[in-house]
Design a protein around this ligand. Sequence first.
Ligand code: IPE
Ligand code: IPE
Ligand code: MG
Length: 236
Amino acid sequence: MSEQPSTPEHIAIIMDGNGRWAKERGLPRREGHRAGAESVRECVDACKQIGVRFLTLYAFSSENWNRPAAEITALMSLLEKFLDQKAEELMKQNVRLQAIGQLDRLPARTRAKLDQAMARTADNTSLTLILALSYGSREEITDAARSLVADAAAGKLKPEEVSPELLASRLYTSPFPDPDLLIRTSGELRVSNFLLWQISYSEIVIFKKFWPDFKQTDLFEAVAEYSRRHRRFGAL
Ligand code: IPE
Ligand code: IPE
Ligand code: MG
């Protein structure tokens, strides 16, 4: 069996624990989200250093719309600030920004800033940073099924032509490879509707620490752990 590369091509992260980080310090949850943005910077730098090609960050889930309006507003305004401040830095770092999720549910101003940052960085060639925003895997798979059924109803697709590859080509993630490594912070042992299809064979590394405490060295540690794993993909 051939050796697997020691650096993952694609890392996906469930950035969890911002609220608890803030609570521990007697701060409002918003401060946890603000501190979490610094960890994003750390991860982008770390991924660039070791040649990771794709970094997907779970920033806002479909279910997060059920949070109090004040928290949603705070998260959207932090995202806008991140996009305003980060676009210049992403250009300098040659990082391409992409997004997955039901982006049409985002507030118009947030969506406009996102579109602007994605357009500006579209030709960058080092790391691709993919933000999962208003993202839910069940919604994504449902959308993909809907698009296949529409083709079938229009007489353009036969049942026997439906394959895993065809379904994957209708997911929001179709331009990207599946994650090799999935990281979750804050110790929860669940995937919370994140990339259910795409993580079928991802290696999973869980950190107890909260997301705002996640630093470059933690990302390197996860990659070292990944490189020690033996991926079997069901074979021997
Ligand atoms: C992760 O931190 C960020 C988002 C889900 C937007 P949380 O806000 O879930 O923080 P905890 O898990 O409640 O501590
Ligand atoms: C997952 O975290 C979503 C994001 C990190 C954006 P949650 O805090 O929303 O997930 P649960 O509620 O712990 O499953
Ligand atoms: Mg959480």
